[in-house]
Design a protein around this ligand. Structure first.
Ligand SMILES: C[S@@+](CC[C@H](N)C(=O)[O-])C[C@H]1O[C@@H](n2cnc3c(N)ncnc32)[C@H](O)[C@@H]1O
Length: 332
């Protein structure tokens, strides 16, 4: 079994992202149990390379066992052969908001059980980290993946060479890519300065982008190059006519954050019309999944169903006073 600790700001979307990657790894994998922001997964280590793409999570690892009392946790810990741990190790606990156990002394006590097997501890520079999550239950695992906030911060819009305040945060851009279940490639037909494509490119996907403004296309190219993404095909074009831009090419996946008509340009379009025409055009060139954000005022579900999309998932986000949006996952 594996575990993932998700971020707290958009928990449903974060769980959707984990499920999408598990689905990519194997049809047998899924979420087994949930405890606040902790997900227990029916999956083995073969899912870790795909889970390393996660955006909306803190960490992931191997789940060893759960317990419903401290006594049960200590007695189960004594039955485990800890020799697989890389030395030196440390135990670190996470008290979640719903933690219902007194875990003050747990790191020392569990560490004591493991050191009895002869393993060395180093609290400041451990090579492996045993994690205890305290929520409704107690969960014990070993960290395999840590999603360093510094790495995401280094790709925030204002850290890129070409910058406009119209971009999604990198973690959310990454989650959108993952929600499309892309394995090989992705298109963003309203790419702006390439926020979504930077994340997709860093995951090793071939990235395709379209924007109606050539200054955006030049900026997106500069941003992709800056982060070392080289496998791209960016074109000036209209998202409402993608067939004209790419001819007969069909795309495995599409992710996009179309303009809201506030600071971003609508290039002369009425907003609803632009969204409908863009959805029709996306439908024409898509083979797999679409992840797309729309303001809540637009009934995207209705428009998408009329075109022929199957709407699979919808996640709500309040951005600020005048902007609420839904993130949709759809399939042709
Ligand atoms: C909200 S921004 C996209 C931000 C981008 N997802 C990011 O994270 O950096 C929307 C972009 O859509 C472009 N745009 C507007 N109308 C368009 C159209 N009909 N076809 C293609 N691009 C369009 C705008 O020029 C703008 O750059």
């Amino acid at each position: 079994m594996l575990y993932v600790e998700t971020l707290g700001n958009l928990p449903e979307l974060a769980e959707g992202e984990v499920k999408a990657l598990l689905e990519l790894a194997s049809s047998k994998f899924g979420v087994l149990d949930k405890d606040y922001l902790f997900l227990a997964l029916e999956a083995d280590e073969s899912a870790l390379p795909l889970l390393s793409r996660l955006g909306m999570s803190h960490e992931a690892g191997i789940l060893l066992f759960s317990a419903e009392s401290l006594e049960e946790l200590y007695s189960k810990a004594q039955t485990i052969d800890w020799s697989f741990l890389e030395e030196p190790f440390a135990v670190r606990k996470e008290r979640m908001i719903n933690c219902r156990y007194d875990v003050k002394a747990i790191e020392g006590k569990l560490g004591g059980i493991i050191t009895k097997e002869g393993l060395k501890v180093n609290l400041t520079h451990p090579k492996s980290i045993v994690r205890v999550y305290c929520g409704e239950k107690l969960w014990v695992g070993v960290r395999s993946l840590y999603f360093d906030p510094k790495s995401f911060q280094s790709r925030k819009a204002d850290k890129r060479p070409f910058f406009k305040p119209i971009s999604l945060p990198p973690r959310l851009s990454r989650a959108m890519v993952n929600l499309t279940r892309a394995r090989r490639e992705i298109l963003d037909p309203f790419m702006g300065l390439g926020g979504i494509l930077i994340e997709a490119g860093l995951m090793g996907l071939k990235v395709y982008g379209v924007d109606i403004r050539d200054d955006m296309v030049r900026g997106a190219k500069g941003n992709l190059e800056f982060y070392g993404v080289r496998d791209y095909d960016l074109r000036v074009g209209d998202a409402t006519n993608l067939k004209e831009v790419f001819g007969e090419k069909k795309f495995e996946a599409i992710a996009s954050d179309p303009p809201y008509g506030t600071s971003a340009t609508l290039a002369g379009w009425n907003r609803e019309e632009l969204y409908k025409k863009a959805l029709e055009s996306i439908y024409d060139v898509l083979e797999g999944h679409l992840a797309i954000a729309f303001p809540t005022q637009f009934d995207a579900e209705k428009a998408a169903r009329e075109i022929g999309f199957e709407v699979l998932e919808r996640y709500y986000q309040r951005v600020h006073g005048s902007l609420d949006r839904f993130f949709y996952v759809m399939k042709v």
